[in-house]
Design a protein. Sequence first.
Length: 546
Amino acid sequence: MKRVALLFISIMCMMGTMPAQNNTYNIVPFPVKLKSSPGQFVLNDKTQIIVPNGDIDIHNAAFSLLERMLLAAGLHINIVNAEETPVKVGDNMIVFKLSRSISNNEGYILKVTKNRIEVEASAAAGFFYAMQTIRQLLPPEIEKNTIAANVTWAVPCVNIEDEPRYPYRGLMLDVCRHFSNIQEIKRYIDKLAFHKINTFHWHLTDDQGWRIDIKAYPKLAEVSAWRNKTLIGHLLENVNDRKYNQTRYGGIYSQNEIREVVEYAKTKFVTVIPEIEMPGHAVAALAAYPNLSCSGGPFEVEGLWGIFNDVYCTREETFQFFETVLSEVMDLFPSKYIHIGGDECPKLRWQRCYACQTRIKELGLKDEHELQSYFIQRMEKFINSKGKQIIGWDEILEGGLAPNATVMSWRGIEGGIDAAKQGHDVIMTPGDYCYFDRYQSQDKTQEPLAIGGYLPLEKVYEFDPTPAGLTAAEAKHILGGQANLWREYIPNDTHVEYMLFPRLAALSEAVWTPKANKDYKEFRSRLTGILKHYDSMQLGYCKLNL
Ligand code: TNX
């Protein structure tokens, strides 16, 4: 009986009349509209990608698929510029078509039929995201960097209309508490692109290390980038008997390395936003340039975590320092935004500092909060004068917001609501949903040391960047959301991957997928497919409760 059935199936296959198995579409973040269809398009070494013109960004979008096919399948897919070599739309093609009717420059329409794939978008980013969708629809072996044998490179037939819910979809990575080299950074950027996250917020300066070479201040690389000790265990454990690892630890990115990352990110449609912290989280810089403090030091680059009283003084020297630093930074990063921190700045030193108190009096300020506000507003003016905008953590609301500032709301959503009501743009990154330094399981003994708290996948999935109670006009100011990875307890690459994934998949859906399309159960089932891609990438994601 079994043999008869097998014979029947093989005859049906030979005749090409095998009923189409149900296609599955494990896409994360899930698109706006998806209409399933039977059958599949198979890529082979004759497949061509037809692009409308020689635009470099559109070529990069096509290249993102070509590169995967080359590395994982050993197939060389040709990119044909239709302007140079007119082609008749035919079979075995992936055809890009510029379409003005698509209003969102990150949006796309993807039609996969048995004979060809058609992609419409109004800009390169849309084509790129269509390629990421195809990447997820291909067999998971597509992620390998060695050629996978015996794989049919099939894309299930489908009609997709897609665009993001928010223009800002971010991840912040702290490389100060622990460092990542640029190879690692590039790999994270590729994973962001896979999930249609378009912003990499690079936290480059903090008490425990300064990570960006500034030519005018060479001691930042020589002194501020290195610490002589690092706390062992948790900050809140053995408070009276802290133990330190005495190994010298640190790292610095050269300006060429920074450029390399920014350029790489551009090919993945990721914008890199640098963060240069002020006026708090300053100790590493003060260790090299103690003249920028109120007390004069001396200081050592911190080996302990937390919030420190020694911050930048508000003397003129500090503003000169930052104008020079930021000029170099703005030359390196083409992004519209520069993040200037603004969080966790204790006011103790300023209260006891003659220069700061004199400034308060001269400017007729009420208190040290208004002095911080003066600090940020002055830096904002400088940054605006170079045609760029500032982002600051929600503490920049205290003492009055700088006129054009975008607020990153991290201590809950209230700061964001307040800023939106004042007519300012907002990026939501509330701790309870977006702090990926928290535990992923309730049983901490199963996990490596983390900062505390509990942020499981499901909670991340519940994140909604737009709070209830805003008017439509106020809600427009919510640019999107972001996950943050602070690295006090995350020393290496493997651990970063464990903290980021799969929670970043849940975040991607919170910032891309229309709210009405979200469903955790259904997400979990699609995630099963995505995890196979992670496996192929050899990504060290967290497997707890999966
Ligand atoms: C708060 S979020 C910080 C960081 C810490 C983090 C630990 C923010 C703007 N500042 O300096 O690393 O908490 O979760």
